[in-house]
Design a protein around this ligand. Sequence first.
Ligand SMILES: Cc1cc2nc3c(=O)[nH]c(=O)nc-3n(C[C@H](O)[C@H](O)[C@H](O)COP(=O)(O)OP(=O)(O)OC[C@H]3O[C@@H](n4cnc5c(N)ncnc54)[C@H](O)[C@@H]3O)c2cc1C
Ligand code: SF4
Length: 486
Amino acid sequence: MRRWLFADQLGPHFLDEPDQPVLLIESKAVFRRRAFHRQKAHLVLSALRHRAAELGDQALHLRTETYREALAQVREPLDACHPTSRAARGLLRSAGVTVHEPRGFVTSPGQFTAWAQGRRSLRLEDFYRHVRVLHDVLMDGGAPAGGRWNLDADNREPPPADGRLDVPPPPMPVEDDIDAQVRADLDRWQDEGVVFTGRDGPRLFPATHAEAAARLRHFVTHRLAAFGPYEDAMLAGDPWLAHSMLSAPLNLGLLDPIDAVHRAEAAYRAGHVPLAGAEGFIRQLIGWRDYIWHLYWHLGARYPHTNRLAARRPLPRWFADLDADAVQAHCLSDVLAGVRDRGWVHHIPRLMVLGNYALQRGWRPAALADWFHRNFVDGYEWVMTANVVGMSQYADAGAITTKPYAAGGAYLNRMSDYCGSCPYDPRRRLGDDACPYTAGYWAFLHRNRQRLHGNVRLAQPLRQLDRLADLDAVVEQERHRGSRAP
Ligand SMILES: Cc1cc2nc3c(=O)[nH]c(=O)nc-3n(C[C@H](O)[C@H](O)[C@H](O)COP(=O)(O)OP(=O)(O)OC[C@H]3O[C@@H](n4cnc5c(N)ncnc54)[C@H](O)[C@@H]3O)c2cc1C
Ligand code: SF4
């Protein structure tokens, strides 16, 4: 049986035997249909071709317009690990490919279903604790290591006052002949009319298992200790801070997440990193990443179109085109430039700068999910649904989170160094220098007052809204600002 490996199943753990015959398909139609970030297209093709080169004669590597054209050339029976999208699952079924359990996640679908059955709410924290016990991760007998399950409260430090974090940056991959070939092909495709977003640049993310393993080792040795406390901080001059930059290789299937979990735990047990760093990182992997993955299937095919806040505005051109230079607001301009130049920013810029702005302005959640999917090097359909539609846009009215991630300039000012050099003032909601996030926050609450009524976590801000003497003027000011670049 030949194993069909999709382009996000490229690590050794997707094979049963090291010498198993493999099929790899490179479909150009994928890039014709939608405009992906140039660096994302580069990374995916580079990873696929590096895998083909590693496997040599063991791999049948087909470059065709569509998957079906490639499949028509294969005479042997095929099997595959469960893919990561409904479309790919449909393709495998219609092509008669034998499908095995998914790999590349810590928990199996059966384990998630057994946990979810009969629960009224599917809270991340409950799932996370369940997986810790199930896989015996950071456990001392039946109790959590250090006596606490979750050290999040210790992990919300604002950025260091001197504007820098004292950790070495992640080592960057060295491009090779395969990358040069990919770049030449993408240039040619662009000349033929294929459209990409963002800017080209040196490849910043691992394209092989060896590169990914090296980044993981470096992260655990040099950066993990600082990961916890500064997880939520943002610095204009340091986009990485102590984040792992492992989402792209994890989502390409180059690394098995349980290996990353075991390495982080071993570093804690050996006394090399504090519990807050190891626990924070492990929670991202066995909590958030697996939870988001299972929710993609659990929430169903219609969930991505959920829109309970009736947000119907289209994404404005400047945002769709990643035109950071059109934006004056320092935080949004810098984060949008990060997407344009790298196809990556860390979690808080995604949630509290990009997502928060879209939420406040009432942009259509499904369009925003598509934007994230195409423009981020780690963006895949499965990871969009709960992160963008649910968590960041609250389009399900609270199935995943207890309140919308809407915040004004005070939060961004506390967690970043952006506001000092911004033409807007985070404290002001009215006037020429009113912070668009601060004013947008009140306009958002006002617009959704009825829909959010009864949410206990919003009771206080909604009461405050009623006491704002200048509310009408703020709402009118924001109606006028609309979706223009702030
Ligand atoms: C609006 C929005 C969009 C997002 N889009 C993506 C995306 O396209 N792809 C993606 O992998 N993550 C996405 N995330 C989750 C998270 O922001 C990224 O995984 C993280 O920023 C990647 O950087 P890192 O590898 O340095 O992560 P770290 O901060 O070092 O975290 C470690 C790992 O935990 C995992 N992780 C943490 N949080 C999540 C989460 N919420 N969902 C899934 N995995 C998580 C990732 O694999 C990540 O590599 C999104 C979050 C939001 C709010
Ligand atoms: S003042 Fe407002 S717009 Fe400017 S950087 Fe701060 S939060 Fe962003």
